[in-house]
Design a protein around this ligand. Structure first.
Ligand code: ADP
Length: 196
């Protein structure tokens, strides 16, 4: 992918993040991918934000299915069909509510990304799209969450060759700009670590 800021030509040792990672701005419910990830709550019975948008677009059969799953603990993930969505599947994961950072929030957020990616691989999916989990109603600080999202995904892809596309779908421009900036920073950090 292309990163804003410094030109790779001027930084011969710049190692980009995994090229299967894309950052887009838009509405995740419109994406034609194998799976979109829902930032759900522990009941899996729908809510506001991206969760509400996904249920509206998928239609009522998604809620009926979710009601049979018995909820989902924070950090874990569950998979359903996508019903009326263009995406074939929805992977529902429950991000942590931000409570100041001393309540395992970082570990739980990383687990959301890892467990969602693992489910996608187990179902032989090739493409998956994530929203910015926990950074809306759950108030996780955006930069910190973005770093965890990108790093966890990049590390996961380093050990996986089956997934072909992982798209981070940013709804608003602040989230989009933050993802772009942190992606560029992480590439620099990865390069520096390799150079050492
Ligand atoms: P959480 O409760 O995990 O914080 P929210 O749905 O409140 O989840 O917010 C998570 C992120 O999803 C926010 O950045 C929000 O702007 C974004 N979002 C809301 N609707 C959509 C959508 N249709 N597509 C992609 N992202 C969305």
């Amino acid at each position: 992918m292309h990163f804003p800021g410094r030109s790779p030509a001027l930084r011969p040792h710049l190692i980009p993040m995994d090229p299967r990672i894309e950052i887009q701005q838009g509405d995740i419910t419109r994406l034609q991918v194998d799976a979109i990830v829902n930032a759900a709550n522990r009941t899996l019975l729908g809510g506001g934000g991206v969760d509400g948008a996904i249920h509206r677009a998928a239609g009522p059969r998604l809620l009926l299915k979710c009601a049979t799953l018995g909820g989902c603990p924070t950090g874990e993930a569950r998979i359903t069909r996508g019903y009326r969505l263009p995406a074939r599947y929805v992977i529902h994961t429950v991000g942590p509510v931000w409570r100041g950072g001393q309540h395992n929030e970082d570990v739980l957020l990383a687990a959301c990304y890892r467990n969602s990616l693992t489910l996608a691989v187990q179902h032989q999916l090739l493409s998956i799209a994530f929203p910015s989990i926990s950074t809306g109603a759950y108030r996780f600080p955006l930069e910190r969450a973005t770093r965890i999202a990108l790093r966890t995904t990049n590390d996961f892809l380093a050990t996986n060759s089956s997934l072909q596309r992982v798209i981070f779908v940013c709804y608003d421009s602040r989230t989009y700009e933050t993802y772009r900036r942190i992606a560029a920073l992480l590439s620099e950090e990865i390069s520096e670590n390799r150079d050492q």
